[in-house]
Design a protein around this ligand. Structure first.
Ligand SMILES: [Zn+2]
Length: 107
């Protein structure tokens, strides 16, 4: 069954809002992508690597499903990340914001 078009439209809207909120809070950051689980990309009929918003590329980031993550070129300390948790889940569950993939053990 193809994904409902309105769901993708809603997702794009939430992504645009998430990017906007992020960039407003972090004007010195450069947002370059949206991270989603590969599973979500597939089930939404999207394509990894596609420019999903102007200047924003969709990345399979290995993160949780039901969420998307704003990918920027800067580090976020814990405080900043928490402030940005209003970034809404597009697909179904919890909102998350993370910086680009970093392999580091949690503190
Ligand atoms: Zn950022």
């Amino acid at each position: 069954m193809p994904p409902p078009k309105n769901k993708v439209a809603y997702l794009l809207q939430r992504m645009a809002q998430g990017v906007y909120a992020h960039d407003r809070e972090n004007p010195t950051h450069h947002t370059w992508g949206i991270g989603m689980a590969h599973f979500d990309i597939e089930r939404l009929g999207l394509e990894e690597g596609e420019e999903i918003l102007p200047g924003i590329v969709l990345q399979a980031d290995g993160g949780g499903t039901g969420q998307f993550r704003i990918l920027c070129d800067a580090d976020h300390d814990q405080e900043a990340v928490e402030e940005e948790e209003e970034v809404i889940d597009a697909v179904s569950s919890e909102p998350v914001h993370v910086t680009p993939p970093r392999i580091e053990p949690p503190l």
